[in-house]
Design a protein around this ligand. Structure first.
Ligand SMILES: Nc1ncnc2c1ncn2[C@@H]1O[C@H](COP(=O)(O)OP(=O)(O)OP(=O)(O)O)[C@@H](O)[C@H]1O
Ligand SMILES: O=C(O)C1=C[C@@H](O)[C@@H](O)[C@H](O)C1
Ligand SMILES: [Mg+2]
Length: 170
């Protein structure tokens, strides 16, 4: 089996679902944001502040280009799927699932989190506009979109696991 990528906007649940899915499917789990933080020895706000956003984007692209393992779950960063080369790599090396959450759920989850530099530097209106701008890139990247509204983390994880088994059986 190839890789399973989770994509979507900040706070849609990529990290939370990825961790649960890895337990359920007994597959290794990689959270791209955490891998980048570990490799750089800096937090994401520090990387943005000290080196700028383009440098962070280059680290995401390099992670995907150089990553070697198969049969694993990868939670991407919220901006990973915006880059066309990243989309191509993900679609060619795995199954790409878009966790499609409504903006009001997203905003409730992220607006007080200091670890997301884009949220820290923007107004609610700016984040909402970014959410709409990015939506079509997530759709383009994904093999499957999963609507998360009114669903618990457990329900979403079970639904994603079901989709993975269904596609494996085809
Ligand atoms: N369907 C859901 N029901 C309840 N809580 C949720 C749901 N989805 C996500 N959450 C919670 O919202 C918070 C943000 O989720 P998470 O960190 O997984 O987002 P993310 O997509 O990884 O964001 P980022 O792109 O910034 O890394 C977490 O506390 C998570 O447990
Ligand atoms: O949506 C984004 O651009 C980001 C999302 C997070 O996962 C991190 O990758 C970082 O905070 C940038
Ligand atoms: Mg995350």
């Amino acid at each position: 089996m190839k890789r399973i990528y989770l994509i979507g906007f900040m706070g849609c649940g990529k990290s939370a679902i990825g961790r649960r899915l890895s337990f359920m499917l007994k597959l290794p789990f990689y959270d791209m944001d955490k891998e980048i933080v570990r490799r750089e020895g800096k937090t994401i706000p520090e990387i943005f502040e000290e080196h700028g956003e383009p440098y962070f984007r280059s680290l995401e692209a390099r992670f995907l280009r150089e990553f070697k393992s198969d049969c694993c779950i990868i939670s991407t960063g919220g901006g990973t799927a915006i880059n066309a080369e990243n989309r191509k790599i993900m679609r060619e090396t795995g199954l790409v699932l878009f966790l499609d959450a409504p903006f009001r759920d997203i905003w409730r989850r992220i607006h007080r989190d200091p670890n997301r530099p884009i949220v820290r530097r923007s107004t609610k209106e700016e984040i909402e506009s970014l959410y709409h701008q990015r939506h079509s890139a997530y759709k383009r990247a994904a093999h499957i979109s999963v609507r998360t509204e009114h669903r618990s983390l457990r329900q979403i994880t079970e639904f994603v696991a079901f989709q993975v088994h269904r596609l494996k059986g085809e």
